[in-house]
Design a protein around this ligand. Structure first.
Ligand code: PRP
Length: 206
């Protein structure tokens, strides 16, 4: 049985393909997958899902391994083995506001996709805030007056910049991570061990 790897679609997917290629694994079927959400290479079966769902598929043992951002693990705390960081997907979690924003004394309204991380961040500061859950494009919230600021991931900083926002505070750095289903690691040890070992051989990756 081929090992099943759940991949986060989008940016991490592209970076993971480059990473696989650098390790001399076959990537052609992934590059040619079109809109397919499940494909096979000679060695692997891949499924493609959104970050939180990658964690869910791995937690439930549908996938043996998962490639997911550290942000997803911090937000959802899935019951998986959080194996090791991968050398791509480097981001920071930050509080951002409109440029020149002066906080008033009123309770802050913070928009985020990451309500758990936001709650924990402000709880650690002993500050009570109203959290507004959004599903994406959170940079719109301060611009349109829905919130005073946002908590979101920053990778290149381009999205903030192009929308007139600036970082007030960065509080958590992370990268992509390799996660594993708890039972798979025992049951499929023979097939997973060499793959895990190759993913950890990061010195070969430029
Ligand atoms: C993420 C994040 C920011 C952006 C940051 O959004 O929420 O909007 O990337 O990246 P940057 O610093 O390189 O500009 P994503 O692209 O995942 O889409 P979303 O807005 O739909 O969540």
């Amino acid at each position: 049985m081929k090992p099943i790897i759940a991949l986060t679609k989008g940016r991490l997917e592209n970076q993971f393909i480059e990473f696989l290629e650098s390790l001399d694994y076959e990537v052609d079927p992934i590059l040619k997958k079109g809109r397919k959400l499940r494909i096979e290479t000679e060695i692997f079966e891949f499924i493609f899902a959104k970050g939180p769902d990658v964690a869910t598929y791995v937690e439930h043992g549908i996938a043996d391994l998962g490639i997911v951002g550290g942000d997803i693990l911090a937000e959802f705390h899935p019951d998986v083995f959080n194996l090791f960081p991968l050398p791509f997907g480097h981001c920071r979690m930050a509080v951002a506001t409109e440029k020149g924003k002066v906080w008033s004394n009123k309770k802050k309204k913070i928009a985020s996709k990451y309500t758990g991380i936001t709650k924990e961040y402000f709880r650690n500061k002993d500050e009570s805030v109203d959290i507004i859950k959004l599903e994406g494009s959170v940079e719109l919230a301060p611009i349109l007056g829905l919130a005073d600021g946002i908590v979101d991931i920053v990778e290149t900083g381009t999205t903030l910049k192009e929308n007139g926002l600036v970082v007030q505070e960065e509080f958590f750095s992370f990268s992509a991570r390799c996660i594993a289903n708890r039972s798979s690691l025992k049951i499929k040890r023979d097939v997973l061990s060499p793959i895990i070992a190759s993913f950890q051989k990061q010195e070969d990756y430029v």
